[in-house]
Design a protein around this ligand. Structure first.
Ligand SMILES: Nc1nc2c(ncn2[C@@H]2O[C@H](COP(=O)(O)OP(=O)(O)OP(=O)(O)O)[C@@H](O)[C@H]2O)c(=O)[nH]1
Ligand SMILES: [Mg+2]
Length: 355
């Protein structure tokens, strides 16, 4: 996902590109005409390039969609992209129109100035959309790459050994990404199982306080994370070295169980220090029992099927420029004034978390 330039940056670069084109013409009148056409096209191309950098939100994985919605509102992003699409369409049109007028006019310099003013005004009109989209882009590109594979979400209090578990079972170096609402690095690990991959997702910094102390964004983020899970692995630390008494840890376990309708596997970690009766145990420090936990997880894996991969939100999607420009998110009234299309109601969440 490339950075989204500001209005001034777009205009600056487009004027420079057009000036180069203009130099190719010897005749002054034709040069002005060429400048107008080229600057309209250059602005159009840059705007289309911005839109292409964003994924189609109806096609991305539910995790990204939900995260994006929590953080910025998918409808709001679509509206800003629509505004950029609107500007792209009209800047090209204005460039071509005025270039056409200059062909038959003696006043090509006047027309050129008029074109510059109109294009600049149009692009400045969407500057707040450009700034917003850049902010969105800066956050989305840092979200972890959660695929639509068999997914194990690791839950439990801080310091129980969640990250250690992912590091131990991942076949490659786990990816460390960040959620905007936690200062902790989130770890996503993969394990190749023949031709298939399974995926481990960490939940740091969100489960470390009681439900009623979580803010609405944290609740929704938790819900999004729980929604991607095929299995939850809940890690407890009976040694209580993590700093949380068992009683408190088990209360969180009950809460997590109430949040999801996928299997919750419970394992007591740090068996090198303390073993807990009645629980499967492991030690992510020395590796004891880790394979058994992995096997237990795999019993919940559905039979292999052909899956479509989630689209990585950070890569741009191939899309026809015409499609993008046709999607506009705006309507024009009788007087040609641009208005946003009426908003659609948002779908209610399927799995609200401790509301
Ligand atoms: N003795 C012992 N220590 C362990 C074991 N597993 C993890 N630890 C230690 O516990 C501490 C926390 O481990 P992490 O894997 O970072 O725990 P976490 O759950 O990811 O913690 P947060 O990211 O803060 O939520 C580290 O100092 C580890 O070395 C274990 O099996 N035995
Ligand atoms: Mg961790």
């Amino acid at each position: 996902m490339p950075t989204v330039p500001t209005a001034d940056e777009i205009l600056d670069r487009s004027f420079r590109r057009a000036a180069k084109k203009m130099k190719e013409k010897d005749n002054k009148e034709r040069a002005n005409e060429e400048f107008v056409r080229a600057v309209g096209a250059a602005v159009h191309d840059r705007l289309v390039y911005i839109i292409r950098g964003f994924p189609e939100f109806d096609k991305i994985s539910p995790f990204y969609r939900e995260m994006t919605d929590i953080l910025f509102g998918v409808e709001k992003i679509k509206q800003s992209l629509g505004a950029v699409g609107w500007a792209a369409k009209h800047t090209k049109m204005v460039g071509n129109q005025i270039a056409f007028q200059s062909r038959k006019s003696e006043e090509t310099l006047v027309l050129r100035k008029r074109a510059v003013a109109r294009l600049a005004s149009m692009v400045h009109q969407i500057n707040k959309d450009l700034l917003f989209l850049n902010e969105v882009r800066n956050v989305l590109r840092k979200l972890p790459n959660v695929e639509e594979a068999f997914t194990i979400v690791i839950a439990g209090y801080p310091n129980v050994g969640k990250s250690s578990f992912i590091r131990r079972v991942s076949s490659a170096d786990p990816e460390v990404a960040s959620y905007p609402f936690t200062t902790k690095g989130i770890i996503v690990g993969h394990r190749e199982m023949g031709r298939e991959r399974i995926q481990f997702v960490d939940t740091p910094g969100i489960l470390d306080r009681p439900a009623d102390e979580r803010n609405p964004i944290e609740k929704q983020a938790l819900s999004a994370m729980m929604n991607v899970a095929n299995v939850i692995l809940f890690i407890i630390d009976p040694s209580e070295h993590c700093g949380y008494p068992m009683e408190v840890q088990l209360r969180l376990l009950e809460e997590v169980k109430g949040m999801v309708n996928v299997p919750v596997i419970i394992v007591a970690n740090k068996s090198d220090l303390v073993t807990a009766d009645g629980y499967a145990t492991m030690s992510t420090a020395d590796g004891t029992g880790v394979d058994a936990v992995l096997e237990e997880i795999l019993t919940h894996k559905p039979a292999p099927e052909v899956r479509t991969r989630a689209v990585d939100i950070r890569s741009s999607l191939p899309q026809e420029a015409e499609d993008i420009v046709a999607f506009d998110g705006f309507i024009e009234d009788e007087d040609g004034v641009r208005k946003p299309k009426p908003k659609k109601a948002r779908k209610p969440r399927t799995k609200p978390v401790n509301s």
